[in-house]
Each structure stands twice: as structure tokens, then as C-alpha cells.
Write a protein that binds this ligand. Sequence first.
Ligand SMILES: NC(=O)c1ccc[n+]([C@@H]2O[C@H](COP(=O)([O-])OP(=O)(O)OC[C@H]3O[C@@H](n4cnc5c(N)ncnc54)[C@H](OP(=O)(O)O)[C@@H]3O)[C@@H](O)[C@H]2O)c1
Length: 302
Amino acid sequence: MADVPVPRPGPGQIQVRIAAASINPADVVLPGGVYRERAELSFPHVPGNDFAGTVTEIGPGVTAFREGDEIFGQAVPRVLRPLADPVRPSLSTGSLAEYAVFEADTPLLAQRPPGLGVAEAAALATSGLTARALIATARPQRGETALVVGATGGVGTAVVPLLRAAGVTVIATATAADAPLLRDLGAAHTIGYTDAYPDGVDAAFNLALPGDRLTRIAHAVRGGGRLLTITYPLPERDRDDIDTKFVIDLGGALGGMREVAEAALRGLLPATIGRRYTLDEGPKACVDFVREHTTGKLVVTV
Ligand SMILES: NC(=O)c1ccc[n+]([C@@H]2O[C@H](COP(=O)([O-])OP(=O)(O)OC[C@H]3O[C@@H](n4cnc5c(N)ncnc54)[C@H](OP(=O)(O)O)[C@@H]3O)[C@@H](O)[C@H]2O)c1
């Protein structure tokens, strides 16, 4: 942990006093140099994509937000600009801090409605956005069955209730301890990580296994069904009789943070917060995320 200068907003940017941030896999792999060939980090590096907080300063030309607005959202570190949406990149100085500066012109930031708490909003930013993008791509139909691999994680605990609300019978991977939570979230059945997958599901969602290890999941899908995956490397297609799609929505084309807030307020997207930390405990939150089994999201409150 180190003190760095409070970042100030330039044209088109806003400064936010962070109230809560949540940990994503990208936050912890980035400092390990995974994207070094495309984006070299400089240190000190402030991690953190997801946040909720209060707008404290407005840069020139910003009309979307005003000082005092309560907002939340997702923005990647500026160094990842080459990997962000090319038209309206959602970038920041890093949300695991007391203050961060964000680009204002993006659907990935939105007003936080009073009915959505700061920890819940921070927990739902990337996970809610990604879960909604998965549903928009999969277009599940009432009466279908779906296998969700990685259902216990941030994205998984968001996608299971959305599938249930669409009338889908969900079979979710879970540890024994997490099985009751997954059933509360809407899973009809839970299976262990290494159990045999069911046969003939209409759709399978891969939220855990590397994209080049999808053979077992692909074989759970019926002919003509679909396989949705969100992990790198990009999926290798094992079967040409199913529709395999890699889902990523960097610019909110499938719905941005406003839609996440609406779904949360309607009770469709509950936030699952496994553990909470203070900012001083931020490094521990990152270490726990890497080393331990975590359920739902880890949230750091500032
Ligand atoms: N394409 C996109 O837009 C996008 C967006 C967000 C995230 N992602 C990627 O999607 C993945 C999931 O993100 P996340 O935020 O949900 O991560 P997460 O919170 O770490 O969740 C992953 C979950 O999968 C579980 N898991 C690990 N191995 C498993 C296995 N063999 N079978 C079943 N479950 C297993 C993990 O449990 P344990 O703790 O027991 O290992 C954890 O609960 C990450 O690779 C992330 O980088 C992509």
C-alpha cells in the first residue's frame, strides 16, 4: 500500500470519491504481466475496475454527471486502452483507492439508485454487465435447460438468477458448502466441479475453464444447442453442430450500467458478496481472491 497523489480530472473526465470497489480476476492477473505485450504497466499501479462512489469534481466538457452524483460502474486501467472499447473506452486510474478519475462518456458508468447499496453496486458492475451480455447473446427460452460451469463466482452468481427468471432449469457447478446458496439463487440442481456433466442441455455457460479446455462442456450440449464462454484463450470449437460464442461487451452494446441498476432494482440481479474488506485490507482481498475459494464477489469498502 502506498500514498499516491489524488488524481484530477481532465477534459471529459470525472473524479470520484470511492465508497466501494470489488475484485475481478483481471485486477489480479494484470500486475502479473499477462498483457505485457499489449499494455506495459508502470508502478505504482492502482488496480480495480468496479466501483461505487460520489462524483467530487467534473472536468471540462462533462455534461453526463454533476458533482455530488452517486454513481457506479466498471472501467479498466488506462494502460489497457488498447484492449478497451475503441469508440468510448471506459478507463480509470484504478478503483481500489480513495479517489479515482474516470472517462465520463461511457454507458459503463451510471447513476446509482438509492435502492442499490454501494457494496452491492460495486459487486454487480462487471458481473451484472457480463451476466446480462450472456443472456442477451444466449436468448434463453422458457422450459430450456442450462449448465453453468463456474456458477459460484462473480459472474455465475449473477447469471443463475437471470436464467431462472427466464424460465430455464439451471444445473450449476458448486462446492458442497455453496450448493444451498446456488439453489437460493435459482439453480434447480447443483453438481460438483468434477462430477459428470448432464447430457443434452440446450445451453452451457463456461465461466471458469480456460477457453481451450471446453471439450467436456461442449459435449454436454444437445445438437443445435449453444455454448457461451467468457474466458481466454478464445474457444476452440470442438463441435460444429453447436453454436459456440465468446461473449465480451466492452462498450455496453448489449446494455450498460443503467440496465444493470434496473435489473438489480427489479430483484432480478441480487448481489452475492462473499467477503468484505476495508481499503487497508485491499492487498489481502487480492491475495484471498487468488489463493482461496471465494463465493460471489469480494468487496472492499473505503
Ligand atoms: N468476457 C468477459 O466479458 C468477462 C467478464 C468478466 C469475467 N471474465 C472472465 O470470466 C471468468 C469468471 O469471472 P468471475 O469474475 O466470475 O471469476 P470468479 O469470481 O473467480 O469465479 C470463477 C468461479 O469458478 C469456479 N471454478 C473454478 N474452477 C472450476 C471448475 N473446474 N468447475 C466449476 N467451477 C470452477 C471458482 O471456484 P474456486 O474459487 O473454487 O476456484 C469460482 O467460484 C474469469 O476468467 C474472468 O477473467 C470475462
